[in-house]
Design a protein around this ligand. Sequence first.
Ligand code: NAP
Length: 264
Amino acid sequence: MKFAITSKGDAKSNALMHKMRTYLKDFNLEYDEKEPEIVISVGGDGTLLYAFHRYSSRLSKTAFVGVHTGHLGFYADWVPDEIEKLVIAIAKTPYQIIEYPLMEAIIRYKNGGRETRYLALNESTVKSVDGTLVMDVEIRGQHFEVFRGDGLCLSTPSGSTAYNKALGGAIIHPSLPSIQLAEMASINNRVFRTVGSPLIMPAHHTCMLKPVNRSDFMITIDHLTLVHKDVKSIQYRVADEKIRFARFRPFPFWKRVHDSFIDG
Ligand code: NAP
C-alpha cells in the first residue's frame, strides 16, 4: 500500500512524521506523495485541512487519518503515544472507511468570466472587501432574504464545530449530508431584517448568494482566503464527493464533541 504523511511543520510533528515514515517502510509500505492510498496528517485539524486540499483531486482513492501533536482534534484524534499501534493497524488490518459530507462552492463572475468550483471540508465564508456585506440569499431558487452585516458562513457537518460554532451555529452529526448557513453580525432594525437563526439545508437544496451593490468579496474556503472580483453569484450545496477517513477504532462524534468542549 502507498502512503504519504503531511506534517504541521513544527519540530514535534516533523519528528513524528519521520518516525512513522520509517516504521511504515519497515512494514514494506511504499512512500508515495503523488498517489497515496492513505494520507496521515500529523499536527492538528488545520493540518488535515491542508492535506485534504492537497489531495482533493483523488478523494475516492485516498483515505485520511489524523494524529494530533497539540490538543484533541475533530479530524486528528490519534495521540503521539499511540503511533506504534496506529502503524501496525495501517500495515496489517483491512481498515474500515467512514465518509463525511463535503460542500461544493461555485463562484460565477460577471462579464463572462470562467466559473470556479471549490470543495470545502469545514466551511466557506463571504465578507465584503470594504463596508457592509449586502447579499440576496436564495434557497432552492426562491428569494429568502437580503442579508446585511459582517458576513455569511456556510459550513459542512464536520465543520460545524469550527467557525460555525463560534457564530452560534448548531453542531451537526456528520452522518447528515447537509450545509448550514450562519450569520455574522446581521443588521436587524425596523428597516433591515434577516431570519437571525442558523439554517440547515438538506442535500437537494442549493443556497445562492447574489451581490446587491458591490461585487468584490473576500471568500474563504477552509484555511484559504482569496479576494474575488466581479462576482455574479456564489452557489453552495452538498458536494457529490465525500472525504474518506480510515477508522481503526470507534471514536463517536459526540464523544469527540464532549472531550473537546466540555471535559477532555
Ligand atoms: P487557525 O486560525 O490557525 O485555527 C483555527 C482553529 O480551528 C484551530 O484550533 C483548529 O484546530 C480548529 N479547527 C479546524 N477545524 C476544526 C473543526 N472541524 N472542528 C473544530 N475545530 C476545528 O486556522 P487553520 O488551522 O488554518 O484552520 C482554518 C479554520 O479555522 C477554518 O476552517 C475555520 O473553521 C477556523 N476559523 C475559526 C474562527 C473562529 O472560531 N472564530 C475564525 C476563523 C477561522 P487545530 O488547532 O487542531 O488545527
